[in-house]
Design a protein around this ligand. Structure first.
Ligand code: ARG
Length: 445
């Protein structure tokens, strides 16, 4: 008999056409490598749940649980390799248990289907991914805030339409990204709690005729609750993945904008910022070049996630219930999460190692940039703003160079360079830090 779980043996023996099998499986079993430890963890919780309702005796439970733990160890050590010998990770688990434990091994699948098995593994994976996104965003926000504090009043031009507009500061530029990543971390956390429900025990999408202890299994796996309706559990596959990708995409949109700024600011035309050598590469033909490839690939990471979102969305045009189409959500989700986390993790060091050319930035603040300050000064003295605006417009050529630092200090509207309120960002960061510690303490077992 083959290793196919659905091979019925005897006259029902599976007929296997190589090419069809290859098409069906795709690279699913290889993708399952990223889900395998989650699958094993969920399988142990399932086994414990079966024992609690008397479907496994204590000896059986202990044997299955120990073998699942052993398989996880072998997998981590690289002595068990998940490859095309198996149809998927789920099959590999049952084949392994049956080879180790005989009859008892064949009991593991009681009351579950691969449909809820893959769901729970992906859900655990997504939860970890969102924890990772939130933690990386926190670390990025922290590095940005440190540097914003250090250069709070360092002048740099502020741009609109990519045209020099008003005197601004390095502090304002960096604090803006700090606040963005704090928001992104919040979004990752709220997305995590939105998907934090256990689909295990919904079987093929219609439940089973067993009083499964779904709540106990959910608790074991650190889920906040059970995802109740079995059909909805299936219908949420892809839907939840998409939302997690959206949280990731928000963070990567901010990465993209930061990367764009850096690729401009490191160009000779601006030359506000220099990147250390480890962030640049050389040209194969132009001996003098140092190219900001890392920054450019950071900018491109968003494209990977947007592509993955498009792929998942197109797969999701399905009626209710499980369809094998859903397997096609796996690759894009894994790819996007891998690429996104790889990008986010680089931010703190990148931010810490930016070298600012302060004289260059100061020199780019030309007298005309003080025009708005001047008009507002007149308005404060009682001239109606539109008149003040026109008056300054006519005097542009004769505007004298004020001190950029003075201009920055005078810009006291809350959040502006003279009142950046970095302490408020610091307080948000501290609260986020505490929340992330609680999240991971409460949910990891
Ligand atoms: N690899 C499959 C997937 O990702 C596992 C579930 C298979 N279920 C089935 N009914 N064929 O969807």
């Amino acid at each position: 008999m083959s290793d196919l779980l659905w091979d019925k043996g005897g006259s029902g023996a599976a007929t296997v056409d190589e090419r069809i099998q290859r098409f069906l499986a795709g690279d699913d079993v290889l993708l399952d490598r990223a889900l395998f430890l989650h699958d094993l963890r969920a399988s142990r919780a399932h086994v414990a749940g079966l024992a609690r309702i008397g479907l496994l005796d204590e000896q059986e439970r202990a044997a299955l649980s120990a073998s699942l733990a052993a398989l996880a160890d072998e997998y981590r050590a690289g002595t068990f390799v998940l490859d095309a010998r198996y149809e998927d990770g789920h099959s590999a688990i049952e084949v392994y248990l049956t080879a180790k434990l005989g009859e008892v091994g064949k009991k593991v699948h009681t009351g579950r289907s691969r449909n809820d098995q893959v769901l729970v593994a992906q859900r655990l994976f997504l939860r970890d991914a969102l924890d990772g996104i939130a933690a990386h965003c926190r670390d990025a926000a922290n590095a940005l805030l440190d540097r914003a504090e250090a250069d709070a009043l360092t002048p740099m031009p502020g741009y609109t339409h990519l045209q020099r507009a008003v005197p601004s500061s390095v502090g304002l530029w960096l604090a803006g990204f700090c606040e963005a990543f704090l928001d992104d971390a919040d979004l990752a956390r709220s997305t995590r709690s939105w998907i934090d429900r256990s689909p295990l025990g919904t079987a093929a999408g219609y439940g089973v005729n067993l009083p499964l202890d779904r709540a106990g299994v959910a608790r074991d796996l650190g889920f906040a609750a059970v995802q109740l309706n079995p059909l909805y559990a299936q219908n949420s596959r892809g839907k939840f993945e998409l939302q997690a990708l959206m949280a990731l995409a928000q963070a990567l949109l901010d990465v993209r904008r930061l990367a764009w700024d850096l690729s401009l600011y490191t160009s000779a035309e601006f030359a506000f910022v220099r990147l250390p050598d480890r962030y640049t590469t050389g040209s194969s033909i132009m001996p003098q070049k140092r190219n900001p490839d890392v920054v450019e690939l950071l900018r491109a990471s968003y494209a990977v996630v947007e592509g993955a979102m498009a792929e998942v969305q197109s797969v999701l045009g399905l009626p209710s219930g499980y369809h094998r189409d859903l397997q096609a959500t796996k690759a894009p989700v894994l790819r996007a999460v891998e690429r996104g986390l790889c990008a986010l993790v680089l931010l703190p060091d990148l931010v810490r190692s930016l070298e600012f050319d302060r004289p260059r930035m100061r020199a780019a603040i030309t007298p005309d940039l003080f025009a708005t300050d001047r008009a507002v000064d007149l308005a404060r003295a009682g001239v109606p703003f539109r008149d003040a605006y026109r008056q300054v417009a006519h005097e542009l050529a004769s505007l004298t160079m004020a001190s950029p630092e003075e201009s920055l200090r005078a810009r006291v509207s809350p959040g502006a360079p003279g009142d950046l309120r970095l302490d408020e960002l610091r307080a948000r960061l501290t609260a986020l830090d505490a929340a992330l510690t609680t999240d991971s303490a409460g949910q990891r077992t």
